[in-house]
Ligand binder design. Structure first.
Ligand SMILES: [Zn+2]
Length: 303
């Protein structure tokens, strides 16, 4: 596959955008740039930067700048952001994480605004979630996805399907009895998990060229990406089922050096885009691979 810096319909290249961001940082003599500052001093709109790199944080990261926890620059300016924009951002974080509910911690990590500013605006985090149409419940372990996420973590550490007696701390964050309460038995918890990861993603359904007919073809997809520009881009982050399927395909080990948490305690597996998302690579299993954190970070530095 061939990449061009300037794609049809794009008036400026990624590097032009990145250089402009660096220019603003130098101008302000700062290690990070807020959206507000860029709006004032940048040559392009911050929306262009966000669209091109996936998010403001990624645009900063690409420019070698520090991520800012509050891209808008703090509570004061956040109070002027329309509620619809706050809601849209909460919804986009939920979509990115493939969850029906998001915790404050998750929002702080992935959201654009401060969770406290949002809570203040809506009169509480739960009220904000209600406004965003998200599920209300206990903040932790309230959704199936939380249970599945934990299964994935244990599975990844063991490199295989976890056994009943292995679902104990510190390997498992959740108690086996909570699985039994929720799913009836450990076996049916595993069955629900497998059913979940084998479900097709919205993105796969939306794009006929990556639609998979049967689960047998899941791991042997060999369709080259179409040249025409896709109507809608996939999420930047792989969701739980994609992460599981890619790691399973790669035997829960790094495809470059072979490291796995099974043989190397503390080894962390990451999901990496073969063609970077910022260069148009989609979040589809064909373009994803398992890397250990060392190989992943080593690669990122070179980019
Ligand atoms: Zn590695």
């Amino acid at each position: 596959m061939k990449f061009e810096l300037t794609e049809p319909g794009k008036q400026f290249s990624n590097s032009e955008l990145t250089l402009d961001l660096i220019r603003v940082a130098n101008l302000l003599n700062k290690k990070s740039v807020t959206l507000k500052e860029y709006q004032k001093y940048g040559n392009y709109s911050y929306q262009t930067q966000k669209k091109r790199f996936g998010s403001w944080q990624k645009a900063l990261e690409t420019a070698g700048l520090e991520k800012s926890k509050r891209p808008w620059g703090g509570d004061l300016s956040e109070t002027r952001i329309p509620m619809t924009q706050l809601i849209a951002d909460m919804q986009s974080v939920a979509k990115e994480l493939d969850k029906k509910a998001i915790t404050i911690a998750e929002y702080e990590k992935h959201g654009q605004f401060g969770s406290s500013a949002i809570s203040k605006r809506f009169g509480g985090w739960n009220k904000a979630k209600m406004a965003a149409g998200l599920k209300i419940g206990r903040l932790y372990n309230s959704t199936d996805e939380d249970y599945f996420e934990n299964i994935l973590d244990v599975w990844q550490t063991l490199g295989r399907q976890p056994k009943y007696q292995e679902m104990v701390t510190p390997l498992s964050r959740l108690n086996i009895s909570s699985y039994e309460r929720k799913f009836g038995s450990w076996r049916s918890a595993l069955e629900s998990f497998i059913e979940y990861v084998n479900k097709k993603d919205d993105a796969e359904i939306a794009e006929p060229n990556v639609l998979m007919e049967t689960s047998e073809t899941l791991f042997s997809l060999d369709i080259p990406p179409k040249n025409k520009k896709p109507k809608k881009r996939t999420n930047r982050t792989a969701n739980l089922r994609q992460r599981f399927r890619v790691m399973k395909r790669d035997n829960f080990s790094c495809v470059l050096c072979g490291s796995s948490p099974v043989y190397k305690p503390g080894c962390e597996l990451h999901i990496d885009h073969i063609v970077p998302w910022s260069h148009g690579g989609e979040t589809v299993e064909d373009n994803l691979r398992t890397l250990c954190s060392d190989c992943n970070l080593g690669r990122s530095n070179k980019e």
